[in-house]
Design a binder for this molecule. Structure first.
Ligand code: DC
Length: 228
């Protein structure tokens, strides 16, 4: 039987990480974990329970106290469950996108989610995407990818996603949200988004979904052959 490896994929918002991770996991027969969805679920819980004010001020003490009451599960059909409720759609709204980076900068939130992510991937055979996967969650991952895409491509992708769900937002607002999240994610104190030196970089701007998968699969298969 082929050895199963751990694949860590990091990158900025809307650069195509989750699509690549999902396709790669499917091709290899591995489990796919979108860790951004877990931070979004916590953000959604905080909005629902008024732990964040209208102007975006966090009640960090109350959020810390609420963490034991928050249970997040990701099912194999890519659904996201918050305390047994399906919140797959709800976590993708502009409102959640507007506050999730703040929630993801809270130390106690990161400790809880990283612990859960490490348990999910303890047996290998996983493709996990996020911001701190190669640096914090799985620093020993056999394959580390860092995904990039141009601002134009990222904006158009997010706009298309929103339009498909009947949500409208201007191009300028989408880009502003992406930029502000990138800045918060890469400058926060707690495990900021970094490109680890050993990561292999992929710019998805000029790739199709198929060609980026082909590229990543070739690297993964080569690594798996070397390990046999
Ligand atoms: O991948 P995404 O855009 O759905 O992620 C939502 C937010 O969660 C993003 O702004 C940063 C944060 N995040 C994080 O801090 N660490 C991760 N491993 C994944 C996401």
């Amino acid at each position: 039987m082929k050895k199963k490896i751990t694949i860590a994929i990091d990158g900025f918002a809307a650069c195509g990480k989750s699509t690549l991770a999902k396709d790669l996991a499917k091709a290899l027969g591995y489990t796919f974990i979108d860790t951004g969805a877990m931070y979004r679920a916590v953000a959604f819980y905080c909005l629902e329970h008024q732990l964040i004010s209208e102007d975006g001020i966090l009640n960090t003490e109350q959020i810390d106290a609420a963490l034991p009451l928050i249970s997040i599960e990701l099912s194999s059909d890519q659904k996201v469950w918050l305390n047994q409720k399906d919140v797959t759609q709800e976590i993708r709204t502009p409102k959640v996108a507007g506050i999730v980076s703040k929630i993801a900068s809270i130390k106690a939130v990161r400790i809880k989610l990283v612990e859960q992510q490490q348990a999910m991937g303890s047996q290998g055979g996983i493709v996990m995407d996020g911001r701190d996967i190669a640096s914090v969650v799985f620093p020993k991952a056999e394959l580390k990818l860092f995904v990039r895409a141009s601002d134009e491509v990222r904006t158009q992708r997010r706009l298309a996603e929103l339009q498909a769900k009947g949500e409208s937002m201007s191009e300028a607002d989408v880009l502003a949200n992406l930029k502000s999240r990138d800045l918060q994610d890469s400058t926060r104190e707690e495990s900021p988004l970094i490109q680890v030196p050993e990561a292999i970089v992929l710019d998805t701007s000029s790739h199709t979904r198929e060609s980026q998968l082909e590229w990543a699969l070739e690297i993964a298969n080569q690594l798996l052959e070397e390990k046999e």
